[in-house]
Design a binder for this molecule. Structure first.
Ligand code: G3P
Length: 217
C-alpha cells in the first residue's frame, strides 16, 4: 500500500520523505488555508520534495473553468495530480484530463456508486473519505470493501486512495482490504511506528548493553 501524507506543511513532508516511506502528498483548499502559504508556491515546493503524485485541487464548479484551473496547476510540475470533486462537471473534467495523460484524483467520494463513476471516468485515484463517513453514522471501511469488490469485478485501474484517515486502525483496515493508497495527517503516519513494547524493549536492551561496558563504534 502506498503512503501519502495529507498536509500542505513543508516540515512534516520533509521529515516523512526522509524516511523513504512516503509515496506522495495530498492537499485540499482547507489544508492550503491552514498552511497560510500561497497555493502555487507551496505546491511547487512540495512537488520538489517528493517524486510521487502531489494532489492539487481545483475550486471551480463548472467543467470549463475546472479545465482552465487544471491547465494552470499541471504546469507547476510533472508530478502534480489534479484533484476534482465527484460531481458531473468534476468527472467530465477527469475524463478530459486523464484522456491526455494527466493524473487525476477524484475527491469527496462517499458511495461505491460514485466510485464506480470515477473509475468509468478514468480516474487515476478515487478518494473515499472514511473519517467523514464514520462521523455521519456510516462505516467508512464498509465503503472501502465495496469499492475494492467493484473495482476487482471489472479490473478497473483506478487506485483506491483512502482519505480522511483519522487513526492507525483506519490504516490497518485499509491494508487488510487491499486499498492501493492511504493518505493521512503526519501524526497518524508517525503513530504507525509506535508500540509500547518496542520502546520498553529498547530501554531494556540499552540498560543491559551499558552493563557490558562495550561499544560498537
Ligand atoms: O484531503 C482530504 C481528506 O483527507 C480530508 O480529511 O480529516 O478533513 O476529513 P478530513
Amino acid at each position: 500500500m502506498k503512503f501519502f501524507v495529507d498536509t500542505a506543511e513543508i516540515e512534516p513532508i520533509k521529515e516523512l520523505a526522509a524516511t523513504g516511506l512516503l509515496d506522495g502528498v495530498t492537499t485540499n483548499p482547507s489544508l492550503i488555508h491552514k498552511s497560510g502559504r500561497d497555493f502555487m508556491e507551496v505546491t511547487k515546493e512540495i512537488c520538489g520534495i517528493v517524486d510521487g503524485p502531489v494532489s492539487a485541487e481545483v475550486v471551480a464548479l463548472d467543467h470549463e473553468t475546472m479545465m482552465k484551473e487544471a491547465e494552470v496547476l499541471r504546469k507547476i510540475a510533472d508530478n502534480v495530480c489534479i484533484k476534482v470533486p465527484l460531481t458531473v462537471d468534476g468527472l467530465k473534467t477527469c475524463k478530459a484530463l486523464t484522456g491526455d495523460g494527466t493524473m487525476v484524483n477524484v475527491t469527496l467520494c462517499f458511495s461505491a456508486n460514485q466510485a464506480l463513476l470515477a473509475a468509468k471516468a478514468g480516474a487515476t485515484f478515487v478518494s473515499p473519505f472514511v473519517g467523514r463517513h464514520d462521523d455521519n453514522g456510516f462505516d467508512g471501511m464498509d465503503l472501502i470493501e465495496d469499492i475494492r469488490l467493484i473495482y476487482d469485478n471489472y479490473n478497473f485501474g483506478t487506485e483506491i486512495l483512502v482519505a480522511s484517515v483519522r487513526h492507525v486502525t483506519h490504516v490497518l483496515e485499509s491494508a487488510k482490504i487491499g486499498a492501493d493508497v492511504m493518505t493521512a495527517p503526519p501524526k497518524v503516519i508517525m503513530d504507525l511506528f509506535k508500540h509500547v513494547l518496542t520502546e520498553k524493549g529498547i530501554e531494556g536492551f540499552l540498560k543491559d548493553w551499558a552493563a557490558t561496558g562495550q561499544s560498537i563504534i
